[in-house]
Design a protein around this ligand. Structure first.
Ligand code: HEM
Length: 429
């Protein structure tokens, strides 16, 4: 490791509280309740100070500019393998400092998002067939059936919590169908997923780490049982791909289990957030809602615009594999880099009227699904689910309005989503 790496000799990541050289107290800002309720004014203020910031108190580089993140996310010099992070989750220093965190991150490590190069391609290739266009076409009837079932249970005229009644159960059921997991397990999977998604927050309390560790162990045990039970059966689904890859030696057991867990976690709450946040955006921009109702062909660009304006996850991690210069800042090998997507997606240097919803926005280069080699493998599924979700809700209901204050979940730093979205609905004649 280069001795000029700024992370060496500093406190491990969980102790981050201090300010950077310019007086910015990054972690206080990013975890502040008012920021979590509405991060955009603060993100714009920070962005005006520059596209790349270095937090000298802990050696993290924050990227807020679109042009800078486009380079960082796509360069092979910037990886995602956390084992290259000097002083990070997989280091010996961290093992000494936080054995619980070290165990959790080590057990969650062997998966595609935490690897680079050939190792990453080997794992990613196993799952790619499940997200190709042909596989997506086969998913359409299943998603439509689930959306119709949920809508049938909602009142024709009346009030509902849109998150509980529709946005949350739809992606969970679709994922469980993809994995061929029975509905009776939806609640358990949802609980595991809620504990594990916090790993993306970077800052976790010791209790949250223990809870995540328990969830991970239970989840892996469950999947181990599923793999055994299904051995020898030919299956045309994600579980089938995993079983085959394990059998032919492409993936070892830990890689098989961790990638499956991660896929369920990565694909669940993110899609709930897209559907919930998208609905709130439409209700707060009623002209755009009317425009979308009047021209269904705008649905595809509308979904991209929801993703741009409310990305849910605000942080995308990279670790420098070699020294890398961006916008005049030299990022040294081994340093962690965090792209703040809420700022990047609203960079006025890239987007006209960045804070306005435009359901027909052309060339929408949002970074909500990341970029480069790690670009979200599940993006085609998330987009398809959202298109079917919004088309079917708008078709059933001629009138939708807020029935109370929407409630943002304020207990997560990197999953900005709604806990509750009370709606008043009236069915189309
Ligand atoms: C709106 C929904 C979703 C959002 C916003 C989202 C976002 C992301 C982001 C930001 C990344 C990291 C990209 C990077 O580092 O450059 C990612 C990777 C990933 N996502 Fe998603 N995701 C969503 C849905 C899904 C779904 C439905 C699945 C699977 C069922 C999924 C599975 C994955 C996996 C396996 C990776 C790792 C890919 C790799 O490392 O090659 N995601 N996602």
């Amino acid at each position: 490791m280069a001795e000029d790496c700024p992370t060496e000799g500093t406190e491990p990541i969980t102790d981050i509280q201090a300010k950077d050289g310019s007086g910015i107290d990054w972690w206080s800002i990013l975890s502040d309740r008012d920021f979590l309720k509405n991060p955009y004014p603060e993100l714009h203020r920070l962005q005006e100070l520059g596209p790349v910031h270095f937090d000298s108190s802990n050696g993290i580089y924050f990227i807020l500019g679109h042009k800078a993140f486009a380079r960082v996310s796509k360069s092979s010099a910037m990886g995602r393998d956390t084992r290259n992070w000097a002083g990070g989750w997989n280091s010996d220093d961290y093992r000494q400092y936080d054995p619980v965190g070290f165990k959790l991150f080590s057990e969650f490590q062997p998966q595609m998002i935490n690897s680079d190069g050939e190792e990453h391609r080997r794992m990613r290739k196993v799952y790619e067939p499940a997200f190709r266009a042909q596989a997506m076409s086969r998913m359409v009837p299943l998603i439509e059936e689930q959306a119709t079932r949920l809508l049938a249970a909602m009142p024709d005229n009346g009030e509902v919590d849109f998150i509980d009644a529709f946005a949350a159960p739809l992606p969970l059921r679709v994922l469980c169908e993809l994995f061929d997991v029975p509905e009776s397990l939806d609640e358990t999977i949802s609980r595991w997923s809620a504990s594990l998604i916090r790993i993306g927050d970077i800052l976790m309390t010791p209790e949250q780490k223990l809870e995540a560790q328990e969830a991970l162990a239970e989840f892996k045990d469950f999947l181990r049982g599923q793999l055994k039970e299904r051995e020898g059966r030919s299956q045309d689904n994600l579980m089938g791909l995993a079983i085959q890859a394990h059998k032919d030696g492409t993936l070892d057991e830990e890689e098989t289990l961790t990638n499956l867990v991660s896929m369920l976690v990565a694909g669940h709450e993110t899609t709930v957030t897209l559907i919930g946040n998208g609905m709130l955006l439409l209700l707060r921009h009623r002209q755009e809602l009317a425009r979308l109702r009047g021209d269904g062909s705008l649905m595809r660009t509308a979904i991209e615009e929801f993703l741009r304006m409310e990305p849910g996850g605000n942080m995308i991690l990279r670790v420098a594999r070699e020294d890398f210069e961006v916008e005049g800042t030299m990022i040294p090998k081994g340093a962690p880099v965090i792209g703040l997507i809420g700022a990047i997606n609203r960079d006025p240097a890239r987007f006209e009227r960045p804070d306005e919803l435009d359901v027909g926005r052309p060339a929408n280069a949002q970074f909500t699904f990341g970029g480069g080699a790690h670009f979200c493998i599940g993006a085609p599924l998330a987009r398809l689910e959202a298109q079917i979700a919004f088309s079917s809700v708008l078709e059933k209901y001629a009138h939708i309005e807020l029935a109370g204050e929407p409630e943002w979940r304020l207990d997560r730093m990197n999953a900005r989503g709604l806990g509750h979205l009370p709606l008043r609905l009236r069915k189309a004649a």
